[in-house]
Structure formats: structure tokens, C-alpha cells
Design a protein around this ligand. Structure first.
Ligand code: SAH
Ligand code: MG
Length: 199
């Protein structure tokens, strides 16, 4: 049983590597799953499913967790569906195949995990914080954006990439200066932030 889980996870990771799917790094995923256990998280909203890797890892972390996850790419969504089925987690992971910008949810979540288009972090934070419980957390992945956030602008080759890095920096400042939310930044994986409403 445990061995099958291991080899199935390995397969998902190999698929991600071969198909350039940017799934969470190992220490990032460890941070996330440990966080879920430590804070007894029960209801997660994930923006950016990709092929379901992080959603599956979160579900495996605790039998008390259920996850709603949004993905706009059809091929990835279908691959995620397949993977979730393989783990028999259909009853705990619900996928929404849609652009998260347009998704409206009524449900409340005690963890919102933002891991989609990096230029839209701020928009997603503002939009989905309405779905966060009073004591809930918002976690954002790729705060360092493959190390680019720490680089000089002149070192970043394309205009596109410079624009994206600027947006991530804006998001970091938005979090640092936020009056409603307090944020801690972790140098783990590709950089992770954890935000929570101030008392
Ligand atoms: N959380 C995943 C990785 C997600 S990669 C893991 O660690 O396993 C980011 C994903 O977000 C991509 O698959 C991309 O298609 C999706 N995405 C980007 N912008 C989106 C949007 N506006 N709405 C929904 N999904 C989006
Ligand atoms: Mg990520």
C-alpha cells in the first residue's frame, strides 16, 4: 500500500519533469503538508492545480482535509483528474476547470493556497480572501520566482520576465504593508509566504 503510494507519487513527479509542469519543490511540499497537520487545516482552496500533485500531497497529509482546486488548462486538468482517481481521492479533492479570475465561490476555507499565474497573486489574494475563515491562512508559493526576485533587473533577459518579477515584488510589498493581514516569508522551496488576519 505505502509502496504503491510512493511509486504513484514518483510517477506524477516524473510526468511533471518530462512535461515541464512546475509542481512544488520537495521542501516546499514538506512545509505545506507539515503546516496542514500542525494547524489542523480541514478545508483548502488551491488556485493552480496543475496535475494534482500538491492537492494529492495535501490530502495524503491528513484524512480530515478536503480540497477544492482550480485549474484553467484543459490538459493539466484532465491529468489531475486521472491522478486523483488513481489515489481514490475523488471524495476529498474537487476540481474546478475554469479560469480562477472568473470563479466565484461561497464556501469558506481555512487555508487558501495560491500557486497559479504569478502576476495575479495580488488579484487572487484580494478576491479569495473573502472566502477565508476569520482564523484562516493564505499561503503563496514561488515568492522568489526561481531566484529572479533577488536579481538585478539588468540580469533578467526578457521584458516579459522583468514585468513578472516586478509584479511579484509588488505583491511582496503589498503583503509587507498590508494593514489587515500579517505575513511571514519563508526561505523554503522557491519562497513561501504565510498570511493571516491581524488580531
Ligand atoms: N500547485 C501545483 C502547481 C501549479 S502550477 C503543484 O504544486 O502541484 C500553476 C498552474 O496554475 C498551471 O497549471 C496553470 O495552468 C494554472 N493557472 C495559471 N493561471 C490560472 C488561472 N488564472 N486560473 C486557473 N489556473 C491557472
Ligand atoms: Mg509553485
Amino acid at each position: 500500500m505505502v509502496e504503491t503510494i510512493h511509486s504513484d507519487i514518483k510517477e506524477i513527479k516524473e510526468y511533471a519533469k518530462e512535461n515541464n509542469v512546475p509542481i512544488m519543490l520537495d521542501d516546499g511540499i514538506n512545509f505545506l503538508t507539515t503546516f496542514i497537520i500542525k494547524h489542523q487545516i480541514t478545508n483548502v482552496l488551491e488556485i493552480g492545480t496543475a496535475i494534482g500533485y500538491s492537492a494529492i500531497m495535501m490530502a495524503l497529509a491528513s484524512p480530515n482535509v478536503k480540497i477544492t482546486s482550480i485549474e484553467r488548462d484543459r490538459e493539466r486538468y484532465l491529468e489531475a483528474l486521472k491522478n486523483i482517481k488513481k489515489f481514490n481521492l475523488e471524495n476529498r479533492i474537487t476540481l474546478i476547470y475554469h479560469d480562477a479570475v472568473e470563479v466565484k465561490l461561497k464556501e469558506q476555507f481555512d487555508l487558501i493556497f495560491i500557486d497559479a499565474a504569478k502576476g495575479k497573486n495580488m488579484a487572487f489574494f484580494k478576491k479569495f480572501s473573502k472566502n477565508l475563515t476569520e482564523e484562516g491562512y493564505i499561503i503563496t508559493d514561488n515568492i522568489k520566482f526561481h531566484g529572479y526576485v533577488d536579481k538585478e533587473e539588468s540580469e533578467i533577459k526578457t521584458r516579459n520576465l522583468r514585468g513578472l518579477v516586478r509584479k511579484i515584488k509588488d505583491y511582496i510589498n503589498f503583503l509587507k504593508n498590508n494593514e489587515e493581514y500579517q505575513t511571514i516569508f519563508y526561505e523554503v522551496g522557491d519562497g513561501i509566504s504565510v498570511s493571516r488576519k491581524k488580531d
